[in-house]
Design a protein around this ligand. Structure first.
Ligand code: TRP
Length: 373
């Protein structure tokens, strides 16, 4: 069957069928039983789990088995530097912070300046590193525990990563990268090698501890292909396979099929947006509303294609009862898009204010988080 959407680590196109991705990628759905198990261990369930925003996994049961047997897991996630961090990038980080808090897990946070240089987002490697440090301010501002968090930039931590990366690289063929990523003869050899650098932190906790440490990677489902390869090579390297928990991607403010990216500022709220600019973006956003007020009152609107509803559901409205009321009044036509946007802004504004302050303070805290060779 021809696919009308594309999801790779570098490209997300079309209207993503998340159920179909589970089959395509060969991951597993998070079942109600698994949710119950997480609830028992964590004490509660993050709303992103309750709502199926984190919806797919690999080996999560094993991670919980290990935790129950006294083998605590480490967390690993990452960021390819880009000139702006938007709410969509932060989605998995909110959840990762929750995991860190509930499980007291050490978090390894990779900043892939090399990736973004190799894949041509930057002409200048130093610029990618610099932007990586800008992004680190946003990561620190999320409220991770400095005692349990190690952020590293690839080009500054390569001595730790390289021995692991070469072990992995030796066991990954070009044809595997062709099959998994669609690489061709015209890709530069750095691009072909890169996946072994993204695999390395999955094994780093075991190397540092000199014994097998289970690792859980929270990430957008688009990153799964890298870790499919990492899991493949893990046993041959003598490491446990990293487990994964995948989130669905946040919608662009321009609509369900539009791309959210730093090169399209209107597509999302960026952490460096002024409050005024952010408010304007929300006001101008696409919605699931009707052409006229009269029609909307009569027919109701469609929250399933609406980025404004998506923002409530995925990030800004953790209160299930309130969210249900937003959805009900949207579908019934009682709620109009203008007022709905205003109400959302009432949730976004305090978040943005707090984040701006925390981001300023983060400038003095970088050295509490960053590790180097
Ligand atoms: N490739 C990711 C990006 O472009 C960055 C990344 C590196 C990452 N390691 C990761 C993301 C681990 C999730 C989990 O943003």
């Amino acid at each position: 069957m021809p696919e009308d959407f594309v999801v790779t680590p570098w490209e997300v196109k079309g209207s993503v069928d998340y159920d179909r991705l589970i089959t395509q990628f060969g991951t597993e759905r998070i079942t109600p039983e698994l949710l119950e198990r997480i609830r028992r261990r964590a004490g509660d369930l993050h709303f992103m789990l309750r709502r199926g925003i984190f919806y797919s996994h690999r080996d999560l049961n094993w991670i919980l088995d290990e935790a129950e047997n006294g083998h605590p897991f480490a967390l690993y996630t990452g960021r390819g530097p880009s000139s702006g961090i938007h709410i969509g990038h932060m989605l998995p980080w909110f959840f990762t912070r929750w995991l860190q808090e509930k499980f007291k897990a050490t978090l390894y946070f990779q900043i892939t300046d090399d990736e973004k240089f190799l894949f041509k987002d930057f002409d200048d490697l130093g610029q990618a590193t610099k932007v990586g440090y800008e992004n680190i301010l946003d990561i620190i501002a999320m409220g991770f525990d400095p005692k349990l968090t190690r952020i590293f930039v690839d080009t500054e931590y390569i001595h730790h990563l390289y021995p692991i990366a070469v072990e992995a690289a030796k066991r990954i063929t070009f044809s595997t990268t062709q099959a998994v990523f669609g690489f061709t003869n015209s890709n530069n050899i750095g691009e072909i090698f890169y996946t072994s650098i993204q695999a390395a932190p999955a094994f780093l906790p075991s190397v540092l501890a000199k014994k097998p440490v289970p690792v859980l990677i929270p990430c957008g489902i688009d990153q799964d292909p890298h870790f499919r390869i990492a899991r493949d090579v893990a046993p041959r390297l003598g490491f446990p396979k990293p487990a994964l928990i995948h989130n669905k991607l946040l919608m662009s403010l321009q609509g369900p099929n539009a791309k959210m990216s730093a090169s399209t500022p209107e597509s999302s709220i960026f952490t460096t947006d002024s409050e005024k600019a952010a408010h304007k973006k929300i006001n101008n956003a696409f919605t699931g509303g009707r052409a006229t007020v009269e029609e909307q009152r009569r027919l109701g609107a469609d929250p399933t294609v609406c980025p404004i509803f998506n923002f409530y559901q995925f990030i800004f409205d953790p209160d299930d009862a309130h969210l249900a009321e937003v959805e009900r009044t949207c579908r019934s036509g009682e709620r109009l898009c203008g007022e709905c946007k205003q109400e959302l802004w009432g949730l976004v504004e305090p978040f943005l204010k707090r984040h701006h302050e925390a981001r300023e303070k983060a400038k003095d805290r970088v050295e509490d988080f960053v590790v180097r060779d």
